[in-house]
Every structure is written in structure tokens, then in C-alpha cells.
Design a protein around this ligand. Sequence first.
Ligand code: TR5
Length: 144
Amino acid sequence: FQSRPRSFCVKATSSEEEAAKAAAAVADTGAPTIFDKIIAKEIPSTIVYEDEKVLAFRDISPQAPVHVLVIPKLRDGLTHLGKAEEKHSEILGWLLYAAKVVAEKEGILDGFRVVINSGPTACQSVYHLHLHVLGGRQMKWPPG
Ligand code: TR5
């Protein structure tokens, strides 16, 4: 499908490093991503919640005082939400509930935002489905 040029995907608070990252973002090839290495603990991350189905860890480039990513341990073809099928409904529900558990653990139940960037037009940069859990500051609407 039609997608925006990657230059649109530079975040508002971007640094040159982030712009370079966005420009270099990979397409949805179905290949393993950096998140597989985080799941395998081959790359360190700051884990805030883990169970048999999901892993939640701090985003390396936080966009809010709390910025945690919640990912399924088994990708099962779910490189992005646009690939979801009925068989994924259980893990999708589990991920959303895990987002609430993370918000509770992080003390932001008074207000938090859950974001899923799905596909290049939404500026997805890692093709392993993930929920962003953001909070700890006043959010604005609409998002960029
Ligand atoms: O742009 P989307 O929605 O695909 O979100 C991907 C997120 O992964 C971004 O917010 C990145 O900051 C985050 N990210 C990327 C890497 C990374 C990470 N969070 C934690 N640890 C990371 N490592 C070790 N390596 C990354 N490339």
C-alpha cells in the first residue's frame, strides 16, 4: 500500500540520530528484529513486566517520563497490527491487559496512553508488534 516517505517519520523531539534511524527503518520483511534479541536476552533491556506470553521493557528513546513497550514473545506473523487475524485475538487482548498492568506498576493509572504504530505511514520502525505505554506527563491531543 501507499506509504509516506520516511522523512515524515521524524519524531517532534528528534535528534539527528533519530532522523537517521527513521531513514534507515526497515520494511516489513518478516525477518527477525532487534526485539527478538531482547526477548532472547541477547541484548539487555530494562524489563518492567514479563509473563509467559509478553515482555514489557523501557523504550530506549523515551517520549514521556514513562515509556514502556509491550510485545508478544511469539510474533506469529504479527509484524504489525494490520496483519492481525482472528487467531491473534487472544494475544491482542493479553497485550492490552499487560499494558494496564504496566501502567499500574509504573503508577500512572490516573492517565496513560497506549499507542500502536502500524505500518510505514504510521511511522512504525520495528516490525514486531508492540504497544507503547506512555505516561507521567500531560498528554496532548491530537497526536502528530
Ligand atoms: O516506531 P515504532 O512504533 O516501531 O516503535 C519502535 C520503538 O522501539 C521506538 O520507540 C524505539 O525507540 C524503540 N526501540 C528501538 C530499539 C530499542 C527500542 N527500545 C528499547 N531497546 C532498543 N534497542 C536495544 N534497540 C533498538 N533499535
